[in-house]
Write a protein that binds this ligand. Structure first.
Ligand code: GLA
Length: 402
C-alpha cells in the first residue's frame, strides 16, 4: 500500500513538473520569419519585407491560397524584432505600434479565422538577440500575455542570459505555460546555448519540458550551412535521437527551400533529410514569389511530408557513411521504412549508392521500394537497396518488407 501511494505521488510530481500540453504529436509545420526576413524593421523603405502585421498576414494568405495549408502547414511564426523597445506601464510586452498597429491579438484572430495558428518569439535573458525586451524578470506575465493574445507556439531564445541557469529557468517557463491552460507549443533554444558554452545538454530533461528544441547553429541561406547541420545531426545522433517522439522534436532549424542558394537537387535533399529526421517543417522563404518547382514540386510533396509526419515519430538515423555518400533510415507505422540515399559529392554525374536492407533495419530478405520524389514503384529488391543518385541529391524511398 505504502509503495502504491508513493508511486502515485511520484507520478503526480512528474506530471506536475512536465510540459503538459498534449500538442505537437507530429512535428509542427508552417512558416517562420527569421532566416528570410531577419530583423528588417525598415517599413518606411521596405514596406513589403519588414517585420510587420502586413508580412505575417501576407504569408498566412499564401499558405491558404497556394495549397500549403491543405498539406499540413498551419503555423505562421513571428521571430525576433516584433516588440516595442519598452514594456508598457504594466510591464507587459507590447508589439511595435507602427509595424503592428492592431497588436498581436488581432493578428492571431485573423490567422485563426483562416484556419491557421500564430507563433511568437521571446527570450529567456534580459534582451532578445536583436536587443528587444527579454523575459527573465517577467516570465509568468509573458506566458499569460501570450495566452491572452491567442498565441499557439512560443520560441524562447537564450541570448543575454546565464546559460547555466537554463536547466531551471526554461522549466519555469514550462510551468507558467501549463498554468495558462492554453496549449502552446513550446520551442526551446536551451540545448543549443548549452552546446555553444561547452556544456552537455540533458536531453531527457529538455524533452520533459519542451515540444521542440534547437540543437545546433542557426541556418543561413547556403548549402554549406545545410551540410553542417546534417553532419552535426549524423555525428551526434546518439545524444538526442532517442528522445524524439510524439510531442518532442529535435529542431535542425528552418527550411531554406525557395530562397536564393539551393539548387533543386539540394532543396530536395534538405526536404528529404529534414523529413527522415522527423524535424519541424518551418519554411523561411517568401511565399509571394516562390518558384512553383520549389513550392508544389518539393515543399508540398505529400509522400515526403507523410514520412515527416509518421505517427510513430521515430527520428531517422545515419546507418551507412562513405566518403561520398550517407544513408539514413527510419521505421514507420505498419512495419514500413523510409530511407534516404544521399550523394554528398558535388562533382561529376549520378553515382550508384547501395545499402543492405539489414542496415536499414529491415529483417526480411526482400522489400518493395517506392520512390517518393519520382512518385513511382521501383520494384522488389533482394538483400540490398541501390539507386543512382545525383550530386548533392537524394533518392528517398518508402520500403515495404515482403
Ligand atoms: C538567434 C536564434 C535565431 C533567431 C535570432 C533572432 O540567433 O537562434 O533562430 O531567432 O536569434 O535574433
Amino acid at each position: 500500500m505504502k509503495l502504491v501511494v508513493s508511486l502515485i505521488l511520484m507520478v503526480m510530481a512528474c506530471t506536475a513538473l512536465a510540459l503538459n500540453n498534449g500538442v505537437a504529436r507530429t512535428p509542427p509545420m508552417g512558416w517562420l520569419a527569421w532566416e528570410r526576413f531577419a530583423c528588417n524593421t525598415d517599413c518606411a523603405n521596405d514596406p513589403e519585407n519588414c517585420i510587420s502585421e502586413h508580412l505575417f498576414l501576407d504569408m498566412g494568405k499564401k499558405l491558404v491560397e497556394l495549397g500549403f495549408k491543405d498539406v499540413g502547414y498551419e503555423f505562421v511564426n513571428i521571430d525576433d524584432c516584433w516588440a516595442a523597445k519598452d514594456r508598457d506601464s504594466n510591464n507587459q510586452l507590447q508589439a511595435d505600434p507602427i509595424r503592428f498597429p492592431n497588436g498581436i491579438k488581432s493578428l492571431a484572430d485573423q490567422l485563426h479565422s483562416m484556419g491557421l495558428k500564430l507563433g511568437i518569439y521571446a527570450d529567456y535573458g534580459s534582451h532578445t538577440c536583436g536587443g528587444y525586451p527579454g523575459s527573465i524578470d517577467h516570465m509568468e506575465l509573458d506566458a499569460q500575455t501570450f495566452a491572452d493574445w491567442g498565441v499557439d507556439m512560443l520560441k524562447l531564445d537564450g541570448c543575454n542570459s546565464k546559460v547555466t541557469d537554463m536547466k531551471t529557468g526554461y522549466p519555469q517557463m514550462t510551468q507558467y505555460l501549463n498554468k495558462t491552460g492554453r496549449p502552446i507549443v513550446f520551442s526551446c533554444s536551451w540545448p543549443d546555448y548549452e552546446r555553444g558554452s561547452g556544456l552537455k545538454p540533458d536531453y531527457k530533461l529538455i524533452a520533459a519540458n519542451c515540444n521542440l528544441w534547437r540543437n545546433y547553429n542557426d541556418i543561413s541561406d547556403s548549402w554549406d550551412s545545410v551540410l553542417g547541420i546534417i553532419n552535426y545531426y549524423a555525428s551526434h545522433q546518439d545524444d538526442f535521437q532517442p528522445v524524439a517522439g510524439p510531442g518532442n522534436w529535435n529542431d535542425p532549424d528552418m527550411l531554406i527551400i525557395g530562397d536564393f542558394s539551393l539548387s533543386l537537387e539540394q532543396a530536395k535533399s534538405q526536404f528529404a533529410i529534414w523529413s527522415i529526421f522527423a524535424a519541424p517543417l518551418l519554411m523561411s522563404t517568401d511565399l509571394r514569389s516562390i518558384n512553383p518547382d520549389y513550392a508544389a514540386g518539393i515543399l508540398q510533396n505529400q509522400e515526403v511530408i507523410a514520412i515527416d509526419q509518421d505517427p510513430m515519430g521515430v527520428q531517422g538515423r545515419l546507418v551507412a557513411n562513405g566518403s561520398n555518400y550517407q544513408v539514413f533510415s527510419r521505421p514507420l507505422q505498419n512495419n514500413t521504412y523510409a530511407a534516404v540515399l544521399f550523394n554528398t559529392h558535388s562533382f561529376a554525374g549520378p553515382r550508384n549508392i547501395s545499402v543492405e536492407l539489414k542496415q536499414l533495419g529491415i529483417n526480411s530478405t526482400a522489400a518493395n521500394a517506392r520512390d517518393l520524389f519520382a512518385h513511382k514503384e521501383l520494384g522488389t529488391f533482394q538483400n540490398m537497396f541501390h539507386a543512382m543518385v545525383d550530386p548533392d541529391g537524394v533518392v528517398m524511398v518508402k520500403l515495404t518488407p515482403m
